[in-house]
Ligand binder design. Sequence first.
Ligand code: MTE
Ligand code: MO
Length: 527
Amino acid sequence: MGVPTGTGLSTGTGTRVARHPHWWAAAAGVLSAVAGVLSGELLAGLASPSLSPVAAVGSAVVDFAPPAAKEWAIQTFGTGDKTFLVSAIGVVLVALGAASGVLELRRPGTGVGLAALIGVAGIAAVASRSLVSPLALACAVVAAIVAVAMVRWLIGRLRAGLSVIEPEPGLSRRGFVRSMAGSAIVVALGAVFTAVVRGTTLAASAAREALRLPAPSSSAPSIPPNADLGVPGVTALVTPNSSFYRIDTALVVPSVDPDGWRLQVTGMVEQPVALSWQDLLAKPLIERYVTIACVSNEVGGDLIGNARWLGWPVRELLAQARPKSGADMVLSRSVDGFTAGTPLETLMDPGVDAILAIGMNGEPLPPEHGFPVRMIVPGLYGFVSATKWVTELKLTTFAAEQAYWSTRGWSDHGPIKTSSRIDVPRDGARVGVGTVTLAGVAWAQHRGVSAVEVRVDEGVWQPATLGTGISRDTWYQWSAKVQLTSGRHQVSVRATDGTGALQVQQAAPPPPNGATGYHTITIEAGA
Ligand SMILES: Nc1nc2c(c(=O)[nH]1)N[C@H]1C(S)=C(S)[C@@H](COP(=O)(O)O)O[C@H]1N2
Ligand SMILES: [Mo]
């Protein structure tokens, strides 16, 4: 089937469309490709500053390109090789986009097929990255769908406009031109919006890249040799940033440029204070391991992680502001509006190293974990203490103010409950008969853990080996050997904190202030 070439009367743009349908088809194809790429980049930029489908395709090209081509690019373009790569991807996309438009005009289905093929190649490139996130894949899929749907629609309009045999109302050449103009406007606006989103995220990530963390004036304790019990499969003592759990209400990760960042201390203070990024960097910083946990963590859940945090004690800043008597809560506020209410007493306690953290495991805070500054308070669940992207500390009272989650059915106060978890073996695992090694972690932040015990079925509680803690503010590894007979068994764990108090046995769900109950798994022992 060829191009329907009507010779009906028409003037202006409509005539130009009829004379050069292939150019218009090519333009429609390019517009569709650009729209697809933009929507992928925009979504990625909004969802997570470090994501970019185009960058993923670029890295895939670099990985799969023959070494000779790579050397040529580096020789020829030097440090501009990245710009060259992105431009080259752009040129290829424009050419393929144009081809898809022209093909679709010639033979409906073929251009759409080509666009779909390019889309799948893009998705495959994103999927080939080692740290591919479902979010990155979703952005690539959206990009492909937008491009395919748009070329199908625009070329459909073009064909309808060119056909004089069955002129349908609204489906004229001018109708096609209007669709093209409308699409171009939407794409242009999308490009501006994407550039703004990308621009702010880039400013923040450039600042993050350039940042060299100051050395701490007080270092973290070194990890005791027998803290890590070395049982295969047990949770690592220190959680890598890339696998650290993330909980927040932000649909879009806030991009905060540290140069514009201020922390205001307001409310019931003698002296309101505004702290700048440079002020903060110049302070004597301390580095501490602290295990933070989410109040929503179920028994046996993984909304908990341990990191080495670098920051300035909150009490030093509060001392400058001189809280008025009567204040008992610090309401910390994030750029995105989230708030947490922390007891002033805890923050002022010289024995509790509550900090304004800027570093996580030797790196600037990752954007998702609060760059440039967040609070870390040992012993309290995140929802009452760990405000990310923090910009204000308001001195107030628990009677006067409620924080974000406290207005939504959660408690005003959230001390972390003593808990323990079995990591090895996994729930439902099959193991051998006889001696079986169990292992996991236990935590009771700021009180420390003094003992862990395990039990098989309704047997007696047996003491587990407890790894030396890094500090009372972190979790502890434990391991135990038990004897199993053939068949199904239930295995439970419980911890005792540093004050001698046993973990609460009564099962309770997370709301309103944290789950309780013993983590119990079922395993099958057999030959
Ligand atoms: N700005 C902001 N900070 C926040 C939250 C949030 O929703 N917004 N959630 C809190 C909760 S509930 C927890 S458990 C911790 C989680 O910190 P993480 O994502 O770095 O693990 O962040 C806290 N800080
Ligand atoms: Mo949380």
